[in-house]
Design a protein around this ligand. Structure first.
Ligand SMILES: [Fe+2]
Length: 380
């Protein structure tokens, strides 16, 4: 028999408003939305909690953190994937694009080696065995100046659920590392690299950009098309960079680093994604433009949890306060990301959509999750 669930007496976060009522879920789908506070027999009384769409996360490094809980520690992959899946579900996320890097520099970084192909196969094997709580896609982060990029990308195919390919260029002196001292800090902290060795490393990367950048970028764009994936730009800083991205058909801009770039995205109709941790911390950890002022200017469309899964719902609620519109705040982590990647079956509470849902209340502005459902099935 198809399972039925009624979440009653809830504040339902719809696309443009919050309305008191109940939701009826039949099997994997939202079947009906009713208004009022009545709690029918057999229904779950939500006691005025919010019920919102499950969150859609387009860019998270969280799986990598579970794979390497300490530098040099390679945790068993299946266990890492399952722990990541549970943590993401427990943060209210019901659709996740798992970021995996493609493109490494084995000649300059002895510790770097391609891992995405093997990891993706392990992820899909676990999915096939119905062990995952939520919906997973791949987000291939293409480091376009890296030596192994073409070989790494060519290991993927149309069967790999590659939802996003992002064009990354972390060459020192521009974009995320316009301020080279930020990269120097990072390399010192993670690799113990300093002084002349760091200068030489930067010189090599810049030479590599001249040698490989253009060819690799074109290959990554072609692969995105083959995979049926959305193309994303990353760390665009200038009008010219955004124009260049738009010419490639970029459909979402990850973390533009300046107001100029965010405005250029708006002119091109490219949705702007910013980091949820940036909203919470009041600024970017790498010194780029702060998310909240962009939100006030109407230049922020999507949030991503980036490196803190639990930041996603918290930051969406915070933006809801900024805009004095909770439904609009929540849309940055539900409808807007779903739309950006062409997922039309989720991201809003409407009849006929997937029953991907979260239930939460606020405690001094901090969301307390009381339930997560993925396709009508309890996920956390
Ligand atoms: Fe970046």
């Amino acid at each position: 028999m198809t399972q039925e669930l009624i979440l009653a007496n809830a504040q339902i976060v719809l696309k443009d408003e919050v309305r008191r009522g109940s939701l009826k879920i039949v099997g994997e789908t939202i079947e009906a939305i009713d208004t009022g506070t009545t709690v029918p027999q057999g229904a779950v009384d939500c006691g005025g909690d919010y019920v919102a769409p499950g969150l859609v996360e387009l860019h998270t490094d969280n799986l990598e953190q579970h794979l390497h809980p300490r530098p040099g520690v390679d945790w068993p992959h299946a266990a890492a994937i399952l722990a990541h899946d549970a943590e993401i579900a427990g943060s209210g996320i019901t659709t996740v694009f798992d970021a995996m890097r493609v493109g490494f520099n084995p000649s300059t970084r002895a510790d770097s080696a391609a891992y995405a192909r093997g990891l993706a196969s392990e992820l899909w094997a676990l999915r096939e065995a119905d062990t995952l709580r939520i919906s997973h896609f791949l987000h291939l982060r293409a480091e376009i100046c890296a030596e192994t990029l073409i070989d790494d990308l060519n290991e993927f195919g149309t069967e790999d659920r590659v939802g996003i390919v992002s064009l990354m260029d972390h060459t020192p002196g521009q974009r995320q590392y316009a301020d080279v001292s930020k990269l120097a800090d990072y390399m010192k902290r993670t690799q113990g690299m300093t002084g002349a060795a760091f200068d030489e490393y930067c010189d090599q990367l810049m030479a590599q950009r001249d040698r490989l950048g253009e060819k690799h970028e074109a290959h990554a764009v072609a692969c995105a098309r083959t995979f049926g994936a959305v193309l994303a730009s990353h760390d665009d800083s200038t009008q010219a960079q955004v124009d260049h991205s738009a010419a490639y058909g970029v459909q979402v801009a990850e973390f533009p680093t300046t107001t100029e770039a965010a405005k250029a995205c708006r002119d091109h109709g490219i949705p702007v994604m910013m980091g949820a941790p940036n909203v919470i911390r009041g600024g970017s950890h790498s010194g780029n433009v702060a998310a909240e002022p962009l939100a006030k200017e109407g230049l922020l469309d999507i949030l991503s949890s980036d490196y803190v899964p639990a930041a996603l719902l918290l930051a969406a609620v915070r933006l809801g306060e900024t805009w004095d519109d909770l439904a609009r705040g929540l849309s940055t982590v539900t409808a807007a990301p779903a739309r950006a990647v062409g997922l039309t079956d989720r991201g809003t509470i409407e009849t006929g959509k997937r029953a991907d849902l979260i239930r939460f209340r606020l405690h001094d502005g901090t969301p307390i999750l009381n339930g997560v459902w993925s396709r009508g099935r309890r996920a956390a």
